[in-house]
Every structure is written in structure tokens, then in C-alpha cells.
Design a protein around this ligand. Structure first.
Ligand code: HEM
Length: 380
């Protein structure tokens, strides 16, 4: 919880979904006092404040859909949002670090980390599907924990020439990548594609490369010129960036988007990726050793990362491409429901982070395939 001084923020932040639906959020925010961010001290307080301010900002900007956007974020929201963002090293917009990493609590503190025992701190419109979307993404992050723990083991093994340790570390990372993919499958059970497409997506969208906010957004009291920021996306999770650096996956084409997403991560997470990238290349170490188990462990890791990206493309097709085609069809025949007719058309071919979705994801997937060791057999 935040100190009681911040009650005016939390009172609104906790009610964002209902206030957006009743079209009252903007007027509530206009009445909100301008609070100092100085009473926020601990990292956790700053994270919760950033989450609260970002949820309010997304609701404020998108309350009236893509045709009723604003050009200015009012001072009483913009100034503390900017200050808290500066202190955390995050941009002043909803990020993966907010909506997923800092947005959960265990109902029973001694209970497990699972769907039943986890709840969101704050939400956005979309009801159970929004909860499912953030929670499943969090569970994917949790499934990745063993792999993250094994990255330093692999790196130390390369430094000391310990082939066994590197092979074992890579095998553990492969298992964890498999768990991530299996966990991603839960999205289907917990998120309704039409709700994701028609309701939720706009609240994750940003004001960079977005045709309905071509100039960006003025943060009143911060600077007079508008600023542009990309919307929230799991491309801002440090996980796949870490595996790419470890395995030597190189993103030549369209890499600007992925690199830019590193500026939407907590500085310590970005630093971890950079630290991994500065190590002696694992791929050439594996090639030099000419050890069957090691080569196989490396190939397995690449294949699991490839499979995760392939499955993710299927997910994106189910949640974006298919509903987009259906929405177009319904609009053309004049049968569109209110939800479909309000779905943001500016986002049709784009992800919430603003990328041209499928060609981008397929290029990234193909670049993952290029990391396979030549000549060594690939796992089926
Ligand atoms: C309904 C679920 C999901 C949808 C519709 C979705 C959609 C997208 C889209 C459209 C992009 C393109 C970049 C952008 O514009 O933001 C993207 C990128 C990305 N997403 Fe997801 N995503 C989903 C779930 C997840 C989850 C749970 C993860 C967790 C690992 C994830 C990881 C990534 C990564 C790492 C990228 C960057 C591309 C890459 O490195 O392969 N996504 N996603």
C-alpha cells in the first residue's frame, strides 16, 4: 500500500475500469489534487505509484476510444508520473514492468503462485480477460525463473571452461523454455479473443507511431512539446532479450523496435541483458569444444526458444489477426456489434507496442533459427 497521503490516487486507480465505462474517469482526474511524489521512498512504493499513475493515464487517454483522444495529460497526473518515472528509470506510460511484474498479490501469502491464489492489484477494462492476460503473462515470467538462475551458471562455466556445467545449465534453460511455452497455452483458457481485440488492446496502446495520436502527448507541467511513448508489450520483458544475447541470436532487420523496448525496462533488467551481451560468446565456445552433449544442449535451447516464438505467433494470430479479419468483415457487411465497431482500427495491423505485427514476429523467429550451430544435428 502507499502512504495514506496518496489515497486520492488509489481511490481513482482502483476504480479505473468502472470509471472508464461510465465516462467519468477524466472528470475524476481533473478534480484530483496535485500531490508531491517526495513521500514515496521505498522501491516497492515507487513501483506501485508508477502502476497506479500509468493505469490512470491509459484510462484517461483512451476513455473515449481512438476518435476521442486527448492531446494533454493534465498536470496533477503528468507531473508526479514524470517524477516517479525519472526515479525508477521507466518511461511515463504503462509498461510490462507495471501491468505484469508489479501488479500481483497472493490471496493466501503462504499459498502457491497459481491462477487461483494470485490477484491483480489494479486493472483496466476487460474484466476476467484482462486479469487472465496479465496473470498468464506473469506465470510465463515465473516459469522462466529456473532459466534465469542458470544463465550465470552457463556464463561461469564458459569462463572456467567447465563443459559439463555449461551443458547442464543449457539443459535446464531448455526445460524452463518448454515450461514457458506450456504456460503461454493458458492464455486460451483465460482470455476471450473478442474482448482482447475489441476492448483491452486500446488501453495498452501508446502514443508513438500511433495514427490516432500522431503528435504524441503533452505532459502538462513537464514540458510544452508533446512526447511519444510506445504502449505496453511483453516485448518489454527482459527474458527473451536475455536468451537472445546468451545464445547469440542476432536481430538485424527491424531490430530497432526490440532495442527500443529495452528503454521500457527497469534499469537493472536492461543492465542484465547488457552484461550477458558483453560475455565471451557462448556459441563460439560450444563450437570450439566439439563436445556432443554440449552441442546438443545448445541446439535444444535454440529449438525451444524457436518453438516458444512459433507458439507466440499462433497466439497473436488467435488474438489479433483473426479478430481483426472478422471485425473488417462485420464492418463491411454492416453487422458490427458495439464492441467490434469500437475496436481501434488504427491498431488493426499493429501491435500495442506499435510494430507491424506478423512480418516483424516472423522475422524475429527466423533470426532465432539462424542461431543453430551449422553441421550439428537439430532436435526434431
Ligand atoms: C494474448 C497474448 C499476447 C498477444 C496478443 C501478444 C502480442 C504481441 C505482439 C502484437 C507483439 C509485437 C510487438 C508489439 O507491437 O508489441 C508481441 C511481441 C512480443 N511478445 Fe507478445 N503477445 C501476447 C503474449 C505474450 C506473452 C505472455 C509473452 C511472454 C513471454 C510475450 C512475449 C513477447 C515478446 C518477447 C515479444 C517481442 C518479439 C520477440 O522477441 O519474439 N507475448 N506480442
Amino acid at each position: 500500500e502507499l502512504p495514506s497521503y496518496y489515497k486520492p490516487w488509489m481511490d481513482i486507480a482502483l476504480r479505473v475500469p468502472e470509471l472508464v465505462l461510465s465516462h467519468e474517469l477524466r472528470s475524476c482526474i481533473h478534480k484530483m489534487p496535485l500531490l508531491s511524489s517526495q513521500l514515496l521512498q521505498r522501491h516497492r512504493e515507487l513501483r506501485l505509484a508508477h502502476l497506479a499513475l500509468s493505469v490512470m493515464s491509459m484510462g484517461y487517454v483512451w476513455q473515449e476510444g481512438e476518435n476521442g483522444t486527448v492531446q494533454v495529460l493534465p498536470r496533477n497526473l503528468a507531473v508526479p508520473f514524470w517524477e516517479v518515472s525519472q526515479r525508477l528509470g521507466l518511461p511515463p506510460i504503462l509498461t510490462h514492468a507495471d501491468a505484469v511484474l508489479a501488479n500481483w498479490r497472493k490471496r493466501d501469502p503462504d499459498g502457491p503462485f497459481d491462477m487461483q491464489n494470485l490477484e491483480l492489484l489494479l486493472s483496466l477494462p476487460g474484466g476476467e480477460s484482462t486479469r487472465g492476460f496479465f496473470m498468464v503473462t506473469l506465470l510465463v515470467e515465473l516459469a522462466a525463473v529456473p532459466s534465469l538462475r542458470n544463465i550465470p551458471i552457463v556464463i561461469n562455466g564458459v569462463r572456467s571452461g567447465d563443459v559439463e556445467a555449461v551443458a547442464k545449465g543449457l539443459e535446464e534453460i531448455s526445460e524452463s523454455l518448454q515450461d514457458m511455452k506450456d504456460t503461454l497455452k493458458l492464455m486460451q483458457a483465460h482470455v476471450e479473443p473478442s474482448v482482447f481485440y475489441g476492448i483491452m488492446r486500446i488501453y495498452l496502446s501508446g502514443w508513438k507511431d500511433n495514427p490516432c495520436m500522431p503528435k504524441g502527448l503533452v505532459y502538462e507541467g513537464v514540458q510544452t512539446e508533446p512526447m511519444e511513448y510506445s504502449g505496453g508489450s511483453a516485448a518489454q520483458s527482459s527474458l527473451l532479450h536475455c536468451y537472445d544475447e546468451l545464445l547469440g541470436v542476432q536481430h538485424e532487420t527491424e531490430s530497432a523496435f526490440l532495442f527500443r523496448m529495452r528503454n521500457y525496462m527497469l534499469p537493472a533488467h536492461k543492465q542484465l541483458i547488457q552484461d550477458i551481451s558483453r560475455e565471451r560468446p557462448l556459441r563460439s565456445f560450444v563450437q570450439q569444444q566439439d563436445n556432443e552433449r554440449l552441442s546438443q544442449a545448445f541446439q535444444l535451447c535454440v529449438s525451444k526458444l524457436l518453438a516458444l516464438r512459433n507458439y507466440h505467433i499462433t497466439v497473436v494470430s488467435r488474438f489479433v489477426t483473426v479478430p481483426a479479419a472478422r471485425a473488417r468483415q462485420l464492418r463491411d457487411t454492416g453487422e458490427a456489434s458495439e464492441m467490434v465497431s469500437k475496436a481501434p482500427t488504427a491498431l488493426e495491423e499493429r501491435g500495442t507496442g506499435g510494430s507491424g505485427i506478423m512480418s516483424f514476429l516472423k522475422t524475429v523467429r527466423d533470426e532465432t533459427r539462424d542461431a543453430y550451430l551449422p553441421g550439428s544435428s537439430k532436435p526434431s
